[in-house]
Structures are given as structure tokens and as C-alpha cells.
Design a protein around this ligand. Structure first.
Ligand SMILES: [Zn+2]
Length: 435
């Protein structure tokens, strides 16, 4: 047994801050939490180990509900889809999982990737082979020809290396869900919209209803990528468990989502980072800016009207490298949606637990019986959430009652293999007279 004393405590059950708090850990669970003066005698004895955090803030470990551990920070669609052999993809993901954990993310949800990598990382973490967050894992994202996951031309026949699983009939849809459940996924992910439209969706309503029904019948929640108007509307009508993005959702859909209690995972971080990174083509940037403007407009209303908004960073792309951007979504909730810093923290703790379904009941708040996943933070993130992005302010990351230690250098980026890259011939057309 162990107790943390002199804590400025954010239990994250609500927005309460306890000035002088204590947390008692028994094994990998929290045994007690409260004001230091109320500490029960049984936890006050000499036999209980003590860490005095000296007035630092203690809060739950963060939950990143949208990140792709298998993606490997690709700079292009080709890099994401092709080239990288699956065994290398898995080993790379195992190494990246530690970076995520050291950033204070003690739980994560991976909504889709190729060849079962996310589930393998989940299991390797659980087995103690590698260090990483507690993962909830989807399999490949189930898509139609109009969804992300099948965005390549029809003459390119991608199979295992794609993060999408193409289904062309209702039977195939049912078959894919059953296969993924057999493979051990924690949730089903549907690619509900694709590139090139802000209006229509990748599936018909009755197909989404069938998918939700089958996933639920097999005891799995169903989450959907839905940027376009129709995809969000049909997702809400079909009763999905949470919606990623929802950028072009309309007001009637928002009202129904609130009535049904369906949470949103906006992942605005990917849009903002893409816009800031300065490497995208102008047309792509314009589209991203339009989407960000639309998302801010509808999601501000969502927040004001009481919808549940959950933080997810879309880490895993070159625009969102592992270990660096997980907390930015909270910052964007503050700057774009008008949340207080403390309210934003609840979006990556208490309210995020629902979108990490494997461990929902055991994570998100500091409460007796839940996992002792906690952060010791130098400063007051409830007053300025940006503190959480500063690694030097993260005094310690505790997962399952044990302090996480770096077991190999992670500060220098790994070199990139040739097969991880797309294959440009030259950077630009070589014009006569240009040299
Ligand atoms: Zn994603």
C-alpha cells in the first residue's frame, strides 16, 4: 500500500479542486481519496509507503480516445497504405506506445488500423512485454467505396496493408464485424464518410442500423468516422456509440444526438496541426480551413447545449507524432469552443472513459476501486491546461500504482526506413534554366 500526500487534487468526478488531498493506492487500484485531514487511520500507519508531492497537482492519467498506434507517422496516404511490412509495423507501434504513455496518456483508444496491430500492442502492454497505455482496439475500419479506408483508385487492389476493410454488401458487412469480434477487437469502427464531400455518407442508413445492431448483439460498441452532414445524421439516427469529427453536422442532428446522449470526439488537433505544419498543398489547406470553421461553429453550439465532447488527438500522422500532441485537443476546446481549462480536462478524463470501452468503468477519475493511473503535475493545469503539454512539468506518470520509468531513450526520433517513405523522384519539376 502507498499514499500520495500534500496533493492539490483533481479527482475529475467534477470540477472540484481539493487543496490538501491524499490518495491511497493498494496494488494497482485506488483504495481511498480525499482531504488529507480525513485520511482514515488504517491508511495513516508507518507500514504504508509515502510520497509527498509537495503541493503538486495530482490528477487522473489522460485518455486519448482517438489515436492510431499502427500508422507510424506517415507523411502521405501511400506511406500509410503501402510498403511497410506488417511485422515492422507492429514493432514500430510497440516502441511508439511508450512515447504515448510517457506523455501522460495512461489509456487510449485506437479506432482502426491494419492487420490487428492495435490489438497486438494492447495485449503486449497487458502482458508486460512493453510499456504503453491501456488500449481499447478496433480492427480495420469498415468502409464502402465512399469511405476513408478505400480512397485509392479501383485499379489498386489493397488488402491487408490497408486500414480499411471494404464491404460491398450487407452480408459482407455482417461478416467483417463477426471476423473482427473473433479477432478480439474492443469496438467496431465504421468509416462513415470519405474525401470529396461534405454532404453525403459512405453507407445508407439501413446499413448503419444493421452494423450497430450486429456490433451491439456481439457486445461491442460501434464508433463512426463521420465528417459529412448525412453521415453524422444517419449515425445519430442509427444510434452509434460515439461520433468522430462531426464537422458538417446539422442542427437537427445535434439536437437528436444530445437527446440520445451520443458523445463527439472532434479531433480538431489534426486539422489545426495540418494547417500549421506548412507542408500541405494550398487546395488541401483551404479544405481543412473550411472544415475547421464548420467544426468550430457546430461544436461550439454542441458544447453550449450540453453535448458530451471528448478529447482525442489523432496522433499517429506526421502532423501528430506520438507523444507530442495528445493534450492539444483540450487546448483547442478552450480556445475554440469556449471551455474553461478545468472543463476541458474532464473531456480527457471523466468524459473520455466511454470512448475507451474496454476499461470504461476503471479509468477517467480518481475514485476508490478504479485503476491507480495518475499524473503528478508541477503547476495548475485546471487553470492553464497547456501545462500538460510541457513534459518537464509532468513530474511523474503512475500507471496501475507503479511509476512509469523510461526504459530506453525515446527523446531522439528513430531513423526512417526506406519502405516507410513515399517515393518521389524529385521535389519539383526540373525546368530548363532553373539551375
Ligand atoms: Zn482517426
Amino acid at each position: 500500500m502507498h499514499r500520495f500526500m500534500s496533493c492539490r487534487l483533481l479527482a475529475c468526478e467534477d470540477e472540484t479542486v481539493i487543496g490538501d488531498g491524499a490518495v491511497v493506492v493498494d496494488g494497482d487500484l485506488i483504495a481511498w481519496i480525499g482531504c488529507a485531514e480525513d485520511l482514515p487511520k488504517e491508511y495513516a500507519g508507518e507500514d504504508v509507503g509515502v510520497t509527498d508531492v509537495g503541493g503538486a497537482t495530482v490528477m487522473p492519467g489522460l485518455i486519448d480516445t482517438h489515436m492510431h498506434i499502427s500508422f507510424g507517422e506517415p507523411q502521405s496516404e501511400e506511406e500509410l497504405y503501402f510498403y511497410t511490412p506488417s511485422p515492422y509495423r507492429a514493432i514500430r507501434a510497440a516502441a511508439n506506445a511508450e512515447k504515448v504513455l510517457l506523455a501522460g496518456v495512461t489509456s487510449a483508444c485506437d479506432p482502426g488500423g491494419p492487420v490487428g496491430v492495435a490489438a497486438a500492442v494492447r495485449d503486449a502492454v497487458d502482458a508486460g512485454l512493453i510499456q504503453g497505455p491501456r488500449f481499447s482496439a478496433a480492427g480495420r475500419q469498415i468502409t464502402s467505396q465512399q469511405g476513408i479506408g478505400d480512397t485509392l483508385p479501383r485499379w489498386i487492389n489493397i488488402e491487408e496493408s490497408s486500414f480499411g476493410a471494404l464491404v460491398t454488401t450487407k452480408d459482407e458487412l455482417l461478416n467483417e464485424i463477426r471476423n473482427e469480434v473473433k479477432d478480439g477487437v474492443d469496438l467496431i469502427k465504421i468509416a462513415g464518410s470519405g474525401p470529396g464531400t461534405t454532404e453525403w455518407g459512405a453507407f445508407r442508413l439501413e446499413e448503419l442500423e444493421l452494423a450497430v445492431d450486429e456490433a451491439h448483439r456481439l457486445g461491442r460498441p460501434l464508433a463512426i468516422h463521420a465528417r459529412s452532414r448525412q453521415s453524422a445524421a444517419d449515425a445519430v439516427a442509427a444510434g452509434v456509440d460515439w461520433i468522430m469529427h462531426a464537422s458538417y453536422m446539422d442542427l437537427p442532428t445535434l439536437d437528436l444526438a444530445i437527446e440520445k446522449g451520443i458523445p463527439f470526439v472532434p479531433a480538431m488537433t489534426l486539422l489545426v496541426n495540418s494547417l500549421e505544419s506548412g507542408t500541405m498543398a494550398a487546395a488541401a489547406k483551404d479544405a481543412m480551413q473550411r472544415e475547421l470553421d464548420a467544426a468550430v461553429s457546430i461544436l461550439s453550439k454542441a458544447y453550449q447545449q450540453g453535448a458530451t465532447l471528448v478529447a482525442g488527438s489523432e496522433s499517429g500522422f506526421a502532423m501528430t507524432p506520438y507523444g507530442e500532441w495528445h493534450t492539444r485537443e483540450m487546448e483547442l476546446f478552450v480556445s475554440y469552443l469556449g471551455m474553461s481549462d478545468m472543463r476541458a480536462i474532464l473531456c480527457m478524463t471523466r468524459d473520455a472513459a466511454v470512448a475507451a470501452p474496454r476499461d470504461s468503468d476503471k479509468i477517467g477519475t480518481l475514485s476508490p476501486g478504479k485503476y491507480a493511473d495518475l499524473l503528478v503535475v508541477d503547476g495548475r493545469p485546471d487553470q492553464d491546461v497547456r501545462i500538460l503539454s510541457d513534459r518537464s512539468r509532468l513530474t511523474s506518470v503512475v500507471k496501475g500504482g507503479a511509476e512509469v520509468a523510461t526504459w530506453r531513450p525515446t527523446d531522439k526520433p528513430a531513423s526512417r526506413m526506406a519502405f516507410e517513405k513515399s517515393r518521389p523522384y524529385v521535389d519539383d519539376a526540373y525546368r530548363r534554366g532553373s539551375k
